[in-house]
Design a protein around this ligand. Structure first.
Ligand code: MD6
Ligand code: FE
Length: 214
C-alpha cells in the first residue's frame, strides 16, 4: 500500500492557517487552579443561557470573569463591566488564569498579552456553537487565548468568509488554542459535543476564552 492511500484527499491532515496555534495540553500545569477558580466564579456569577439578538436561546451556558464580560440579548452583542443578572461587577480574573493566558500567548509568539475579559462557556451533551467571527473587541491586534477543559469537542476553524470549508480540530482537556494576526477574524465554531464522562468535569465541556476587549 502506498502512503498516499492512507488518506483520501479530503481527510488528509492540513497545516494550521497562519495566526492559529494549537498548544496541546498546555493548560494541564494550571489544571487544579483553573477548576478551583471556575467553581468559585460560577457561584458568584452563575452560568446562564443567553439569547441571541434574534431571540434564540443559546445551547451553551455562559458566564464571565474579569473587568469586562461578553453578553448577548435582544439589544445585541457587547461587553459589559457588570453582570446584568445581578447588577454587580463580574468576578475578578484569577491570577493563575491570567498567567496561563499570557504564557500561552507568548508561546504562540504574542508578547505581553494582557486580557481584560474571560468568557466561560459550558457545553452539555449536544451543545454547539455555530460559525461566527469574534469582532466585538476594540483592539483586533491582540490575540485570543482559548482553553478547553472536560469533554472533547471538535473545534471548527474556517476562513475569512462563512463559505470557507472549516478545519476540524479535536480539542481535549487542557488544550489551548491561540489565534491572532491574519487569523483573528476567521469564522469558527464548535460541533455538537458528544455525550461522555470526564473524570474531573463530568458530562460537560468548559471553554475559557480570554480576550483584550478594550
Ligand atoms: C469554544 N470558542 O471553544 C468557543 N472564539 O467553546 C470561541 O468561540 C472562540 O475558542 C474566539 C477565540 C477562541 C474561541
Ligand atoms: Fe468565538
Amino acid at each position: 500500500m502506498q502512503e498516499s492511500d492512507l488518506f483520501t484527499s479530503s481527510d488528509a491532515p492540513r497545516p494550521l492557517p497562519p495566526g492559529l496555534v494549537w498548544l496541546e495540553r498546555f493548560a494541564l500545569a494550571w489544571e487544579d487552579a483553573l477548576l478551583e477558580a471556575i467553581t468559585q466564579i460560577v457561584v458568584a456569577a452563575p452560568l446562564r443561557h443567553l439569547r441571541t439578538p434574534g431571540g434564540q436561546r443559546m445551547s451553551v451556558a455562559m458566564t464571565n470573569c474579569g473587568p469586562l464580560g461578553w453578553i448577548s440579548d435582544r439589544r445585541g452583542y457587547r461587553y459589559s463591566a457588570t453582570d446584568p443578572q445581578s447588577g454587580k461587577p463580574w468576578p475578578a480574573l484569577p491570577t493563575p488564569l491570567q498567567a496561563l493566558a499570557t504564557a500561552a500567548a507568548q508561546a504562540a509568539g504574542f508578547e505581553s498579552f494582557a486580557p481584560d475579559a474571560c468568557l466561560i462557556n459550558a457545553y452539555g451533551p449536544g451543545a454547539r456553537m455555530s460559525l461566527h467571527q469574534d469582532r466585538d473587541e476594540d483592539d483586533l491586534s491582540a490575540p485570543i487565548v482559548s482553553v478547553s477543559l472536560g469533554l472533547p469537542a471538535v473545534f471548527l476553524f474556517g476562513g475569512r468568509t462563512r463559505r470557507d470549508r472549516p478545519l476540524r480540530l479535536p480539542l481535549t482537556h487542557g488544550d489551548v488554542v491561540v489565534w491572532g494576526g491574519p487569523a483573528r477574524l476567521a469564522f469558527h465554531g464548535v460541533a455538537p459535543v458528544a455525550d461522555g464522562q470526564h473524570p474531573r468535569l463530568g458530562r460537560q465541556r468548559i471553554n475559557l476564552t480570554l480576550r483584550r476587549a478594550r
